[in-house]
Ligand binder design. Structure first.
Ligand SMILES: [Zn+2]
Length: 430
């Protein structure tokens, strides 16, 4: 007798007709035709059942602040940073907590149950840090939130940036951040990478830097980040977020850089929505895409996962907490349209991110935590195409959110009465 059985599921790896039995918050069995019964059963026939989505790069201190105190008129990264600089000194802890909790509600309905958020440490009051530490605690029953100490205005460039970042880590922030391309000079950027990796090594913490978020092909801080990772023995525990300058780099240089990154086991975290929106702004035509070299890095064995980065904040007025929207954009920007490509993109929203975040017990295997989502799509390809409703979101064996399937009713003579986009329109080619 199990607590819950999800019946007849399609899994992201292509298996179908699988039952998943759950006891005491864990997956007790995952196989075809489980004979036992359970307190509750959910029929997942023709539905994709996946581990929850993970957002490995987000800014929860800024989310849902769109329009406060004003809109980003140019829509650029630099005006976004300036605008955040206007809001930050006047924002209160209560406002930050309220907005973050509201975003987490949305995330749960989207099946997004793991988030790594950068927390700006540039304002010496550190209300951002106080607020997000409180949020981390409050959402713990349903969302695992990791926090990165992020010196938005520069570790060396901001007044008291060094002290504030270290204070944030003392307060309990989990990960060391950085923004080397935003320091005053290339040399300051390099020195910041060295200093921040040393802090991480000394404190036994992972690293996740905004690195080379620029179209400048000479912005090469990722090289220093990889070298420092190896020097300090931090392999596998360091993430390079954005890495957009790699889009514009010389191919010969990249042919040396990617193997170095692979040696350092850098976790690569592009943010397709933001990168396509904010990069290439100084180009006329043709305009660069400004997303890093996803296909090449995946081929080199690097762990690539995608972040949402922003939702309705000074940098990005769109977004819905839907990681499938992120994957959908990634497919287009990286031109990864093949069946195997799409499988890799889905992995980049789930298992690859779990590896980048060092999650334990994540996945659809016996013994894993019973964190499971059921989507109104037949398989991972259809999920990426349709961005379908999450019919059920299960955390630790308990249903914590449900959304009714999106069914279109038709009133046409001689045509079907209704359309279930996630079921009726799946091509029979696979
Ligand atoms: Zn970011």
């Amino acid at each position: 007798m199990f607590d819950l059985i999800v019946r007849n599921a399609n899994l992201p790896d292509g298996r179908s007709g699988i039952d998943i039995a759950i006891t005491r918050g864990k997956i007790a069995a995952i196989e075809k035709g489980i004979a036992a019964s359970a307190g509750e059963e959910i029929d997942a026939t023709d539905r994709l059942v996946s581990p929850p989505f993970i957002d490995p790069h987000f800014h929860m201190d800024a989310t849902l602040s769109l329009g406060i105190p004003r809109m980003n008129v140019s829509g650029t990264l630099l005006e976004g940073i300036a605008l955040w600089g206007e809001l930050r000194p006047i924002v209160t802890k209560e406002e930050l907590v309220e907005r973050a909790l509201r975003y987490c509600d949305l995330a749960v309905t989207q099946g997004l149950l793991f988030i790594r958020s950068h927390v700006d440490t540039s304002d010496p009051r550190l209300v951002t840090v106080e607020a997000l530490l409180e949020v981390k605690d409050r959402v713990k029953p349903y969302i695992e939130l990791q926090l990165v100490a992020f010196p938005q205005d520069g570790y060396y460039r901001a007044k008291d940036g060094v002290a504030a970042l270290n204070r944030a880590l003392d307060m309990g922030v989990d990960i060391v951040g950085g923004i080397p391309h935003f320091e005053r000079t290339m040399e300051d950027g390099r020195l910041s990478v060295e200093a921040l990796c040393r802090i991480a090594a000394d404190r036994g913490l992972p690293v996740d830097m905004h690195c080379d978020e620029t179209d400048d092909p000479m912005s090469r801080h990722i090289e220093t980040l990889a070298a420092e990772t190896i020097r300090h023995g931090l392999q596998g525990r360091v993430a390079g977020s954005h890495l957009t300058s790699m889009h514009s780099m010389d191919n010969y240089y990249v042919s040396k850089l990617i193997p170095l990154m692979a040696e350092a086991q850098i976790n690569v975290i592009p943010n397709p929505l933001i990168n396509i929106m904010l990069q290439g702004r100084h180009d006329t035509y043709p305009k660069r895409r400004g997303m890093t070299r996803v296909r090449e890095m995946m081929a080199a064995g690097l762990n690539v996962s995608f972040g949402h980065d922003c939702v309705m904040d000074p940098w990005y007025s769109m977004g819905s907490g839907d990681m499938l929207e992120v994957g959908h954009m990634a497919i287009h920007v990286a031109q990864m349209a093949g069946i195997e490509d799409k499988r890799q993109i889905f992995d980049a929203l789930t298992v690859n991110s779990a590896k980048a975040l060092g999650l334990q017990g994540y996945g659809l295997e016996k013994g894993c935590k019973a964190d499971i989502i059921i989507l109104q799509a037949a398989d991972a390809m259809e999920a990426l195409r349709l961005k379908p409703n999450r019919l059920a979101v299960i955390k630790g064996g308990k249903v914590i959110a449900r959304t009714a399937p999106r069914i279109g009713e038709l009133f046409l003579d001689g045509r079907p009465k209704s359309i279930d986009g996630g079921r009726d329109y799946v091509p029979k080619i696979r």
